[in-house]
Design a protein around this ligand. Structure first.
Ligand SMILES: *[C@@H]1O[C@H](CO)[C@@H](O)[C@H](O)[C@H]1NC(C)=O
Ligand SMILES: *[C@@H]1O[C@H](CO)[C@@H](O)[C@H](O)[C@H]1NC(C)=O
Ligand SMILES: *[C@@H]1O[C@H](CO)[C@@H](O)[C@H](O)[C@H]1NC(C)=O
Ligand SMILES: *[C@@H]1O[C@H](CO)[C@@H](O)[C@H](O)[C@H]1NC(C)=O
Ligand SMILES: *[C@@H]1O[C@H](CO)[C@@H](O)[C@H](O)[C@H]1NC(C)=O
Ligand SMILES: *[C@@H]1O[C@H](CO)[C@@H](O)[C@H](O)[C@H]1NC(C)=O
Length: 358
């Protein structure tokens, strides 16, 4: 027999201590102790939440526990949703770091890892998997030293991620529908906040603007655009420059899905056309690679401006399809847990090689 603690014995130990702990904690809470010594060293959730978490932890061995080490983008959402809201059963989500030793998975947002001290202790139970979450492109993700051989699963926009969530998707309608694009009073627009001279898209823009008028918005062009103004501006233009900040495999963001959803034709700069055509039919967008130069692209856009029939062809897809927003964070978290439940195999990965190396 191995001397390593099995998951079953760890869970049994946990369950028996936590049942005792529940009583103790409830007792202490009843008397409202003045110090919160019970909660050291972890500052996770309010004491009442912790009692609820621990006490609702069922003795069912089949329950898969996912520990949220970092709330993605500091969002804070309800965790008792998988079964109730999404019909994903057998998942127990928690943000209580005291449950680390019995967690089947630990969910970590890359953005918050400034160094190794942010991560859980590396003496992890043998059944536990660490899930690496990141939605930025490799060019905009810091390559933290020492983390390349720590993770087991990737949660990412890439097609070859273990758990993939893209920035949006196109889905078939139940039937057919007529679609008329909203009224337009501008030809080409771009709302851009992250303006860097070294971005390839800026070089392309500098050439393109010599040949066609571009309506520019965003921090670099007179002020941040947010909320409904973002949608209103995008909707009022025939074309929108869906220029990604960097060009990487499968890196196709909301800059593409948003104009599609409001009835504006995206002009894309990003991965090759084939990558986009995996998401939507090829005549729904314009790719800069289809043109030998920015001038040729400008000429084509000017031609479409004069030819309504040609322009409307870009909306043929809307007859049969619609844009679906991607899953909200609570659902995504349930999806990760469900993956852990279904795929039990041993798994390691070299993160730097997978994500950064070409
Ligand atoms: C502990 O949590 C409280 C409330 O969420 C927060 O205001 C405080 O900054 C946290 N302290 C530490 C050390 O993280
Ligand atoms: C655990 O779940 C699996 C499938 O998810 C099921 O076949 C099995 O009967 C369950 N075991 C117990 C003890 O509930
Ligand atoms: C988890 O287990 C390790 C080793 O068994 C122990 O050192 C550590 O204190 C435990 N952590 C928690 C939060 O219970
Ligand atoms: C590691 O990051 C933390 C913040 O998460 C910071 O306080 C600490 O100084 C960093 N340590 C090193 C060695 O850089
Ligand atoms: C939208 O734009 C108007 C005028 O351009 C401005 O007054 C308003 O504050 C903007 N709204 C948001 C949410 O930015
Ligand atoms: C997860 O990855 C770590 C680091 O490579 C490895 O030591 C561990 O055995 C893996 N665990 C599972 C359950 O795959």
């Amino acid at each position: 027999m191995s001397s390593l603690p099995t998951k079953r014995s760890l869970k049994l130990l946990f369950v028996s201590t936590s049942v005792a702990g529940c009583f103790a904690m409830l007792f202490l809470m009843y008397f409202e102790p003045s110090t919160s010594w019970l909660l050291v060293p972890v500052n996770s959730t309010k004491p009442s939440d912790r009692v609820r978490n621990i006490c609702s932890y069922k003795t069912n061995e089949n329950l898969t526990t996912l520990l949220i080490w970092s709330w993605p983008f500091n969002l804070n959402y309800k965790l008792n949703v998988c079964s109730a809201k999404y019909n994903i059963n057998g998942c127990f989500l928690t943000a209580d770091r005291n449950l680390y030793n019995i967690s089947d998975g630990v969910f970590i947002h890359h953005k918050l890892i400034s160094n190794l001290s942010y991560l859980p202790p590396n003496q992890r139970p043998p059944f536990q998997k660490w899930i690496w979450m990141n939605f930025e492109s490799p060019s905009h993700t810091s390559k933290v030293p020492g983390i390349e051989n720590l993770f087991n699963l990737t949660f990412n926009y890439r097609r070859d991620a273990d758990i993939r969530i893209s920035y949006g998707s196109i889905q078939a309608l139940d039937g057919e529908q007529d679609f008329v694009p909203p009224r337009k009073d501008k030809l080409v627009c771009w709302i851009v906040s992250n303006w860097r001279e070294y971005h390839f898209r800026v070089a392309y823009y500098n050439e393109l603007r010599k040949h066609i008028k571009l309506h520019m918005y965003g921090r670099h062009f007179g002020g941040r655009i947010s909320g409904e103004n973002y949608t209103t501006i995008m909707t009022s233009c025939k074309f929108y420059l869906s220029f990604e900040n960097s060009i990487h495999k499968d890196y196709i963001t909301e800059k593409f899905f948003k104009p599609l959803s409001v009835g504006t034709v995206p002009v894309v700069l990003g991965p090759p056309r084939q990558d986009y055509e995996r998401l939507i039919q090829g005549d729904a967008f314009i790719h800069v690679d289809d043109f030998a130069s920015p001038k040729e692209l400008a000429d084509y856009l000017l031609l479409l401006d004069k030819n309504e029939e040609m322009y409307l062809k870009f909306f043929d897809w809307r007859r049969y399809f619609e844009v679906k927003k991607n899953a909200p964070w609570d659902l995504r978290t349930c999806i990760i847990c469900n993956h852990l439940r279904r795929y039990k195999e041993y798994k390691t990965l070299n993160l730097h090689k997978w994500f950064w190396d070409k």
